[in-house]
Structure formats: structure tokens, C-alpha cells
Design a protein around this ligand. Structure first.
Ligand SMILES: C=C(O[C@@H]1C=C(C(=O)O)C=C[C@H]1O)C(=O)O
Ligand SMILES: NC(=O)CC[C@H](N)C(=O)O
Length: 776
């Protein structure tokens, strides 16, 4: 079977892999796609050398305006002016169509009413049918639009033949074209969106047309064979334009794999079924260090399990400092290690700190890429190909737990000049012992790698009748004699930032921008007063029960030190969960505040309006893209359901990818490639994250340096030794880098062209309030 080779030129869009997979899914998998960026080649001349290898070129969507030239669209404009291209079959999508038409003398103008994530009826023109691009297509079909700009024809642009149009407040708009006497076709809508129909038919028709032109009209196929023979090396180098190398080779034998027996003990406790308080009563009994991933609000597929991870003296602590490009590794509460040793070592420039103080401390100079690789390699030898069904199905049997901050994600640059920044960007601890609570079956498991599960916990469980009968006596307010200094972002700065977001979206640089603010709370204690992190946790859990309630206090040194990291979270949002074969993302986009007047029915109406629909759809398509980058089988399993939480209603979608076990990737690869979470960035991710970091957020959040978000907007969770993982988005949370002296709370929301300043500000305050209420 001969393959159909497509060169796909992406413009750093967040829908690029959706397009790639849509192409690959046609003709029974015989379409082979090589994806490059619009600046992978410096000149069209270079591109021409590989062109004969390809049957067709697809030019994808993306931010920017082709009228701005190469800085926005790389070589796209030159490509459409190049003689060699005249015979090459091309399909342009959105930005691709705008560049194609601009080169034909059309204008590209801003729409009066912009459409981002909106579904419209496309109308095929008579020329649409004669062109054969819309063979077998009904006269009207629904498709998603993501554009601020549109193509305007004139009586001088007669070579541009309209194939599809649509109508809206802007009037009649051009939605698809062919360039006269050329195999060049384009659409303004997005055939790859999950809300577009007939996208597959469009691609099939384009491929047929391309084959026909190559064979019968231009004779390109006779040149192609020769190019295949000497183009192989060039092609291989093209395929590396986007790095999709796995973090580690999961099929290679681990070599030094440790053989570990897993100890489990099981307690069936029927009356804990559906009782979220059980976990809280249990953790109340445990006085040793613990990381808690509790479900304080139970719902299907979220909150079935609570996990209590117990670090011990052999647990390794991995801390990454992004600005310093260094990682420290040491044992949990190493008796010889002092915080001063760590500080001194971080300030020095030794690659591997010599172990002068007889401690377990190791310092590694590495950037975040190195960190991702090294922790994965450390886990590699420890992962267990578990045959025992029960152990295989437990969510966690030991492994890494912790926090990956926003700055660990892609497209965010570090600040190497900030040599004094000792705030960790990632902190993970290797766990040998844990307690799992299954809230559905009413079972508690004690799991240990090895045989030494802490006696203290076994005793607590053996005597569970005593403490379990008691009701939870946690206070739901903090001591009344504590005052708080609360510093928030300035309102005028927020509105400036909001307007800046609108400008970018109107220019076509972004379709949705998640603008966030940071608030700092400093407790003012009375003399002899104290406010423990545990007390704050107790309060938040009760004030805002959530499926992803976490408590992570990193008292990883024997001596308490002033720069301890602590996170207390009541997040509603799962970012990514995976098992051996399937991974699931659960983006939340769309928020309505709960009030006495607001009920589920009313909230559902609001959440189904174009504003919220578009906001969710954009992120849904972006999340599909994140999964499609590495895995070919992706499905939207839940489309915009309304979920009720303590203080808000939220619009949630669920996307799953299957077939991970046969791929070369693990869930950790998916996690690395899809951070930061799309629901916290907006789309397209790359340009939006860059604008947020460098221009928009430094203005709003003056007290945090350089657009840093830190723990907020990152993820918290675990990677289990049985190949599972689950990470929630760090929102509706508070965290401290200095042992509770100051607490940071982030809050924000996605801004689209349909947003209003007042609406967004109120939404941001509603979200801030879910955690801030603890201090009030
Ligand atoms: C940015 C926050 O929340 C995110 C933004 C949402 C929205 O824009 O509707 C909803 C959930 C989160 O993904 C936050 O809570 O601070
Ligand atoms: N999705 C796109 O390709 C958008 C193209 C262009 N940046 C616009 O906003 O119109």
C-alpha cells in the first residue's frame, strides 16, 4: 500500500496535533504526516529541497496576522509567492487561508464581532461543489471558528474562488477558497475541532484532489520517486523539528531493577462507605509526617480514594530550583543535614557537591528538562510490572508524590540572573509506605514497599472502632485573636491587564487568556500565639470540601527551617490521571458563583451560553491537542457537564486517550508535554503563556517577581510504582515558601472576547474567596 506523505506546517498553534491526527486517520492509516513549524526553515529555498518528497502540504492555523510578515508567520508569506509551490497541492487552515489569500492580493481585516470557539453553519457554494473539495458534503454543515481576522476579496482578486461561506453579525464571510488553476485550497473554519463535522470528508477530498493533480495535471509523481531516495536524511532531520522523545525507554530492561516485595494489609470497614470524614478522622490520629491527598467531597471518578503517603528516613526528596538550574536530592530528615548545607551547596557551583558533611545531599546542575529526565530515570528501575490484579488496580502503592509548579511547564522561561531565588519549583518525595482509603467499597489498605510498615499506623487501624465512633471535632475557623495583612493586586492594574488581553485577542494573537492575580496573606500573631499549617488545613477542608484536597508540608529536614514549603489545597480540578493504558484529562472552564438566587438549573443556562461554551470548547480542543501530541486515540467522553461545588458551579469536560501501553510513552511523558494546564493558560498555549509571563501578569502581580506563578497553576499528585498517576490543578489553594509566615493565594479566570471587565473581576474574587475565606 503506498503512503500519502503530507508536510504539515504549524504556526505554534494549540490545535496542531488535532490537525495532524485528523490527517493520519484518513485512508486507513496510509497518510504519513511530518510536522514542522513555520520557522523550521529559514527560507523557502531550503523547504523546496524536501518538497518533492511530499504529496501535499497542509498549512495550519495559528496566532498572528500574515500582514505582519515573518515575525508572525515565518516563511508562510514567501511560500505562497514562490514559483516552485505553484504545482504543489496545498490545504490552508485558518491562518493558512489568510496567508494564501493575502498573497493573492486579498486584504486580511479584523472582524467586527470576533468568533473564538463558536460553532456556525457553513454554506457550500456552487463552486464549492465544482471544485470537488466538498464532494458528498451536505449544502450546510456545522464547524468551529477560531478567528479574529478574515479575508476580504475585491474585484482585483478574481483568482480567489469562494467555496464556502457563513453568515453572522459581521455579514457574509468567506470560509473557504480555491486559487484558480492551482491545487491550492483553504478553509477559514477548523475542520479538526471536536465540534466540527465533515472535517474527515474535507481531508479525504483534498487528498483525492492532490493525487489527481500530482498524477494527471502537474506530473509531480514522476519526480517524487527520485526525491524519496535522496531525501531520507533531510526528512529524518525534519522529524526532529518537534521533540517527542520519551523521558525514558520503558521497554528496555531496567538492568538494576530492585526486587521489592509489596506488603499489604486490608481492613473492611463498611460504615466508611461514602463517608468523606473517615479520612479526616484517620489523619487526625496520625502524628508522624504525612502527605494527604484526601477526598473531602465524594463524586464518581473523583474522590473515590484518599491517599496518605508516609515519608520515612530512606525516602529521597527531590527539589528543583528553576532559576538556579539546580536540583537537590537528599534523604527525608537526614540527621546530619542542615538547611545551611543546602544553601551553601546551592550557592556554590559544584556540579556534584562533595559530601563534606557526611550527609545524603547531592546537588545536580540541570535545567527543568534535566529534572524531568532524571526523576523518570530514577523511577524507571523501581516501576513494577504488577501481575497481582488487586495491587495493579490500587491508585498508589508507593512512588513519587509532590508538587510541580507552573514554571515546570513548557514555554516558560527562567531568570538566570535571579541567583538568590531559593523558592522550589518542584518538590517530590519518594514514598515507601502509604494508606489508601476506598470510599466506594469501604476498604482501607496499608501498603508498603518492603516489610516495615509503621507500627503506629497498624495500631491505629487495629483500634479503629474507638476513634471512628467519635465525631470530627475540628474547628472550622481560625483563632479569633489573629489578624491578617492581606495584599491583593491593584484594581486599576487588573483592568489595564484585562484591556491588554482584549487587544491581543482582537489582533488575532490569542483566542483565550487565563489572567491570574496573586494575593498574599500574612498572619499577625499575638505574642505567644501560633498558627499551625495543620489548623489551616482543618479549616479549609471544612469550609471548601473538594475532591482534590491536599496537605503537603515539606518538613524534610530534622531541624525546622524558615524556608519550608507547604501547600494546602481544595482543588475541584483534576489535571491528568493515568493507569497502565488510559489517561484522562478533566479541564474545567466556565464558572458561575453560587448564591441564594442561583440554582443548578439557572447556572446550567448561563454555562451553556456562547461565552462559556466557547471558553470551554477552546480548552477542550487544546487538551485534545496535548494528548494527540503523543497518543493517536483520543476521545471526548464527557462534553461540558455542569458540576456543583461548595461555592461555584463549573463547566467540565472529560477527554481520554487509550493505547498508552503499546506506545513508547508513560503518563509522565504526557504530564511533561501538557504542562502548564491549558485551563490555566488559554490558547494558543505558547504565545499566551509568553505574553502572560513577560507582559501581562508582571503588571498585575507586582509583588511576585517577573510574572512567576509558582505553585499556583501547577499540579499536585503522585506517580505510583504500578504505573498509575493522578495530578490535580493547584487552584483554590494556599501555599507558603516560608514555613507559614506568608501565604500565597492565586485566582483568575479565562478572558475571551465575550468577557466583561466586571464579570471577570467578580469571577476572580469568587475563586479567591474559596480559599481566602479561611482567614476571615
Ligand atoms: C484560574 C482559576 O481557575 C481556572 C479557571 C476557570 C474558569 O476560567 O472558568 C475554571 C477553573 C480553573 O481551570 C482559579 O481558580 O484561580
Ligand atoms: N485560528 C487561526 O488560525 C487564527 C488566525 C488569525 N490569527 C486570526 O485570529 O484570525
Amino acid at each position: 500500500m503506498s503512503l500519502f506523505h503530507v508536510l504539515f506546517i504549524d504556526s505554534y498553534d494549540s490545535f496542531c496535533f488535532n490537525v495532524q491526527r485528523l490527517l493520519e486517520q484518513q485512508l486507513n492509516g496510509t497518510v504519513e504526516v511530518t510536522t514542522i513549524r513555520n520557522d523550521s526553515f529559514q527560507t523557502v529555498g531550503e523547504l523546496n529541497q524536501v518538497l518533492p518528497f511530499f504529496d501535499a502540504v497542509v498549512i495550519g492555523p495559528g496566532p498572528g496576522n500574515p500582514k505582519n510578515g515573518a515575525q508572525d508567520v515565518g516563511i508562510l508569506n514567501d511560500l505562497f509567492h514562490d514559483k516552485e509551490m505553484i504545482t504543489v497541492p496545498i490545504l490552508g487552515i485558518c491562518l493558512g487561508m489568510q496567508a494564501m489569500c493575502l498573497a493573492q492580493g486579498c486584504d486580511v481585516e479584523q472582524l467586527d464581532t470576533i468568533k473564538h470557539g463558536q460553532v456556525y453553519e457553513m454554506l457550500v457554494t456552487p463552486e464549492g461543489y465544482t471544485s470537488r473539495l466538498f464532494d458528498d458534503c451536505p449544502p450546510t454543515f456545522k464547524s468551529t471558528r477560531y478567528h479574529s481576522l478574515h479575508v476580504v476579496t475585491s474585484n482585483k482578486t478574481t483568482d480567489v474562488i469562494p467555496l464556502v461561506t457563513t453568515k453572522d453579525e459581521n455579514g457574509q464571510l468567506l470560509m473557504g477558497v480555491q486559487i484558480k488553476e492551482r491545487p491550492w485550497f483553504a478553509v477559514q473554519y477548523h475542520p479538526e475541532s471536536c465540534c466540527s463535522i465533515k472535517g474527515d470528508l474535507l481531508i479525504q477530498n483534498f487528498i483525492k484532489l492532490a493525487q489527481h493533480w500530482n498524477q494527471d495535471i502537474t506530473g509531480r509523481y514522476s519526480q517524487k520517486i527520485q526525491a524519496t531516495l535522496n531525501g531520507i536524511d533531510k526528512l529524518k532531520s525534519l522529524q526532529r523539528a518537534i521533540d517527542r522523545t520519551p523521558l525514558f525507554n520503558k521497554f528496555a530492561s531496567p538492568g538494576t531493577s530492585e526486587k521489592m516485595s509489596i506488603f499489604t494489609k486490608k481492613y473492611q470497614i463498611p460504615n466508611i462507605i461514602n463517608d468523606a470524614q473517615f479520612t479526616l478522622k484517620l489523619v487526625d490520629q496520625i502524628h508522624q509526617d504525612k502527605f494527604i491527598f484526601a477526598s473531602s467531597s465524594l463524586s464518581a471518578n473523583r474522590g473515590e480514594w484518599s491517599i496518605i503517603a508516609l515519608p520515612d528516613s530512606s525516602s529521597l526528596v527531590y527539589t528543583h530550583f528553576n532559576d538556579l538550574e539546580k536540583t537537590t536530592i537528599h534523604k527525608w530528615q537526614d540527621p546530619n543535614l542542615k538547611y545551611d548545607h543546602i544553601k551553601t551547596a546551592l550557592n556554590g557551583d559544584d556540579d556534584l557537591a562533595t559530601n563534606e558533611n557526611n550527609t545524603s545531599l547531592k546537588i545536580i546542575s540541570e535545567d527543568k528538562e534535566g529534572f524531568w529526565k532524571n526523576i523518570s530515570n530514577d523511577m524507571k528501575g523501581k516501576l513494577i510490572d504488577e501481575k497481582n490484579e488487586e495491587l495493579k488496580n490500587l491508585p498508589f502503592i508507593g512512588g513519587l508524590v509532590g508538587i510541580l509548579g507552573y514554571e515546570m511547564g513548557s514555554y516558560i522561561s527562567n531568570d538566570k540572573t535571579n541567583t538568590t531565588n531559593l523558592k522550589p519549583d518542584a518538590k517530590l518525595v519518594f514514598i515507601n509506605n502509604c494508606i489508601l482509603v476506598n470510599h466506594v467499597d469501604g476498604v482501607v489498605y496499608l501498603v508498603s514497599r518492603g516489610e516495615c510498615f509503621p507500627e503506629e499506623i497498624i495500631n491505629i487501624m487495629e483500634n479503629n472502632e474507638a476513634w471512628e465512633r467519635e465525631s470530627l471535632n475540628w474547628k472550622s475557623t481560625l483563632p479569633s485573636d489573629i489578624k491578617y495583612d492581606i495584599v491583593m493586586s491593584k484594581p486599576e492594574k487588573y483592568s489595564e491587564a484585562f484591556n491588554m488581553c482584549q487587544d491581543y485577542m482582537h489582533k488575532g494573537d490569542s483566542y483565550e487568556i487565563c489572567l491570574t492575580t496573586q494575593t498574599t496573606v500574612t498572619p499577625k500573631l499575638p505574642s505567644n500565639g501560633a498558627l499551625s499549617t495543620w489548623r489551616i488545613f482543618q479549616t479549609l477542608v471544612q469550609r471548601n470540601p473538594a475532591p482534590f484536597t491536599s496537605y503537603l508540608e515539606f518538613n524534610d529536614l530534622v531541624e525546622r527551617y524558615d524556608e519550608e514549603l507547604c501547600l494546602i489545597s481544595s482543588s475541584p480540578e483534576r489535571f491528568l490521571k493515568w493507569d497502565q493504558d488510559i489517561c484522562e484529562l478533566r479541564p474545567i472552564k466556565g464558572t458561575v458563583k453560587k448564591t441564594d438566587e442561583m440554582n443548578l438549573e439557572k447556572a446550567t443556562k448561563i454555562l451553556k451560553t456562547p461565552k462559556e461554551f466557547g471558553e470551554n470548547l477552546m480548552i477542550l480542543d487544546l487538551i485534545r491537542n496535548d494528548l494527540y501530541e503523543l497518543l493517536p486515540n483520543v476521545k471526548v467522553d464527557e462534553f461540558m457537564s455542569v458540576e456543583e461545588y461548595k461555592t461555584v458551579y463549573q463547566l467540565v469536560s472529560v477527554v481520554r486517550a487509550t493505547g498508552m501501553s503499546q506506545s513508547c510513552y508513560t503518563g509522565m511523558d504526557i504530564l511533561k508535554h501538557s504542562l502548564p494546564p491549558g485551563s490555566m493558560t488559554g490558547a494558543p498555549k505558547k504565545i499566551t503563556v509568553e505574553m502572560l509571563q513577560h507582559e501581562i501578569e508582571p503588571m498585575v502581580n507586582e509583588m511576585t517577581c517577573g510574572g512567576r506563578r509558582g505553585v499556583y497553576s501547577g499540579v499536585t499528585g503522585y506517580w505510583s510504582l504500578n504505573g498509575r498517576g493522578d495530578w490535580s490543578v493547584n487552584i483554590r489553594c494556599m501555599y507558603s515558601y516560608d514555613s507559614g509566615t506568608n501565604w500565597h493565594l492565586g485566582a483568575g479566570g479565562a478572558i475571551t472576547v465575550l468577557s466583561t471587565l466586571e464579570g471577570e473581576r467578580e469571577e476572580m474574587f469568587t475563586k479567591l474567596e474559596t480559599a481566602l475565606q479561611v482567614f476571615q
